[in-house]
Design a protein around this ligand. Structure first.
Ligand SMILES: NC(=O)c1ccc[n+]([C@@H]2O[C@H](COP(=O)([O-])OP(=O)(O)OC[C@H]3O[C@@H](n4cnc5c(N)ncnc54)[C@H](O)[C@@H]3O)[C@@H](O)[C@H]2O)c1
Length: 287
């Protein structure tokens, strides 16, 4: 059998399996639909050690999901897990570099063993290496591509088989208003635009298995990432926040909870007809 024929046969078999599942649904213990939150399922949030990832993990935990936190920072992982448990939720941290193929495979297997099949994936882990093109380095370019794009690819590829098996899944990727272009961010804007293409392709490939893929593109959100931006620009965070707020329709910067809420919308059972979309969450119509 040629590679193409084998791929086609596998896809046909998988589609038939998905149809069979849809025809004979097995009621689950979930509170938000057949494969929503409940025993034996979890949501993975990468970069869950702080910022938007932490807020998203807390939001999903509050909605009944057991949350697997993937991050490089063990102290951040512990703190997010502690906050979730304190509020009565379930969470576990996994020290995973999302750009490392072996670490991703091991992390996803460990999360599935401890918390259940990952049926939600939020690709949120991220870094910045801003500079103007004439000073931008190849190392920084590679790092940005590896964490944002390679990371989202590796995580999505590792997790999709659980979602296909369940006939239900939600992938939410973090893009950015910078995807539309931002001076000083050639690497980051390219990665965040790439995330949008990846999202739309995942939506097309995985839709027939009950899996949606969407992206949230935040504007300026108050996190350690933007605090570092202010420091790099030689101004205080308050000065940067004031500048950004004045240029934002709702006259404030965003909070991690604003983004967590948008992500939770895409994850909800009721959002099963929303896929391949990019939602700009930036306090106004302009990036
Ligand atoms: N803050 C904003 O204004 C803003 C705007 C648009 C988009 N975003 C995007 O939202 C996401 C979260 O941003 P944030 O502001 O919370 O950032 P943050 O810097 O506060 O947190 C990012 C987290 O990702 C983790 N991380 C970094 N590299 C990793 C890797 N290789 N593997 C695993 N974890 C890794 C970090 O340890 C950290 O805990 C990022 O993708 C970012 O690009 C942020």
């Amino acid at each position: 059998m040629t590679d193409t024929a084998a791929t086609d046969a596998a896809a046909t078999a998988a589609t038939a399996a998905a149809s069979a599942r849809a025809a004979a649904p097995v009621p689950g213990p979930g509170t938000a639909g057949l494969a929503g939150p409940g025993a034996g399922r979890c949501a993975i949030v990468t970069g869950g050690g702080r910022g938007i990832g932490r807020a998203t993990a807390r939001e999903l935990a509050a909605r009944g999901w057991a949350v697997a936190l993937f991050d490089l920072d063990p102290a951040g992982l512990d703190e997010t897990a502690r906050l979730i448990r304190e509020a009565g939720g379930r969470a576990a941290g996994f020290a995973v570099d999302v750009s490392d193929e072996d670490a991703v495979a091991a992390g996803v297997a460990a999360a599935a063993a401890e918390l259940g099949a990952p049926l939600v994936l939020v690709n949120n882990a991220g870094v910045l290496r801003d500079d103007f093109l004439f000073r931008a380095t190849l190392d920084d370019w590679d790092l940005i591509m590896n964490v944002h794009l390679r990371g989202a690819f590796l995580m999505s590829r590792a997790v999709q088989r659980f979602m296909v098996e369940a006939g239900w899944g939600r992938i939410v990727n973090l893009s950015s208003t910078s995807a539309l272009g931002n001076a000083g961010q050639s690497n980051y804007s390219a990665a965040k635009a790439g995330i949008q293409g990846l999202t739309k392709t995942l939506a097309l490939e995985l839709g027939k298995f009950g899996i949606t893929a969407n992206a949230v593109a935040p504007g300026f959100i108050a996190t350690d990432m933007t605090r570092a931006t202010a420091a790099r620009q030689g101004i205080t965070f308050e000065e940067l926040a004031e500048r950004v707020s004045a240029a934002t329709a709702v006259r404030r910067m965003g909070d991690p909870a604003d983004i967590a809420h948008a992500i939770a919308f895409f994850v909800a059972e009721e959002s099963s007809f929303v896929s391949g979309q990019v939602l700009y969450v930036s306090g106004g119509p302009n990036a």
